[in-house]
Design a protein around this ligand. Structure first.
Ligand code: XBP
Ligand code: MG
Length: 238
């Protein structure tokens, strides 16, 4: 694409984003690069539970194709012919992991990615409504955003839909369909901001145009169906 055409296209995409009635943000990888904190929390939970499991970055990158921490643990456990854990034990292990994640975030935080804060402020200045559509849990969202946006972070958001609020996690469109229902908007009224192929598929499945902000673990995913792909939201004037 020549330079002039690229400039025109980006200006057009910016207009689409600025004119949307609502922006719907994914959390992990989009608002902040949280997956290394999740990975550490999983490994600390395995140690606390006496499991000799350890997920290195290569293993975790493969397991991240499975959305949802409980589902990810089950997928790993099922690599053996005879899984070690029952569903109840997986749920207990995930509760330990979630507590560890909250402690790690509280201790060291995980900064918002470049441009996120400006996009949130820009949306508010334009009167755009804000929402979250994520696979993670409400507890994890609160742990992350109360540190980075303050204890009243939820006041900025009109709809917050997490993984266990809907029957199917991403790449199913369920979280985005539920956000649209709660906002009372159509998919064409909104723009979703995502970082992964699963997230893109979920939003596109709900008919919502998507801006992709590449994250560490998903930078090589196929984003052909995205409206726009950037390295960081700071690449676009908020
Ligand atoms: C990312 C996920 C989550 C996190 C771990 O969610 O797939 O499973 O990796 O969090 P999203 P949990 O990108 O949709 O925000 O252990 O709470 O699932
Ligand atoms: Mg994500």
């Amino acid at each position: 694409m020549n330079e002039a055409l690229a400039v025109i296209r980006t200006a057009g995409m910016r207009a689409v984003i600025a004119s949307a009635r609502a922006l719907i943000f994914d959390v992990d990888g989009t608002l902040a690069e949280t997956e290394e904190v999740h990975r550490r929390a999983f490994n600390e939970a395995f140690a606390e539970a006496g499991l000799d499991w350890f997920w290195d970055q290569v293993t975790y990158a493969r397991l991240l194709r499975v959305a949802g921490g409980k589902e990810r643990i089950r997928a790993f456990d099922q690599r053996n012919a005879v899984p070690m854990l029952t569903f109840a034990e997986i749920a207990d292990l995930h509760r330990i992991k979630t507590a560890r994640y909250a402690a790690l975030i509280a201790a060291g935080g995980c900064p918002l990615r470049p441009g996120v804060r400006a996009w949130l402020a820009g949306a508010r200045s334009r009167g755009q409504r804000l929402a979250i559509a994520t696979t993670t849990s409400h507890g994890n969202i609160d742990a992350l955003l109360s540190v980075s946006l303050g204890l009243d972070w939820a006041d900025q958001l009109e709809a917050i839909v997490a993984g266990d609020d809907v029957p199917r996690k991403k790449p199913a469109p369920d979280v985005y369909v539920e956000v649209l229902a709660r906002l009372g908007l159509g998919p064409g009224d909104c723009v979703a901001v995502e970082d992964s192929g699963n997230g893109l598929a979920a939003a596109v499945g709900a008919g919502i145009p998507v801006v992709i902000t590449r994250s560490t673990y998903f930078s090589d995913d196929d984003f052909a169906e995205a409206l726009l792909v950037v390295d960081n939201l700071s690449d676009i004037d908020a």
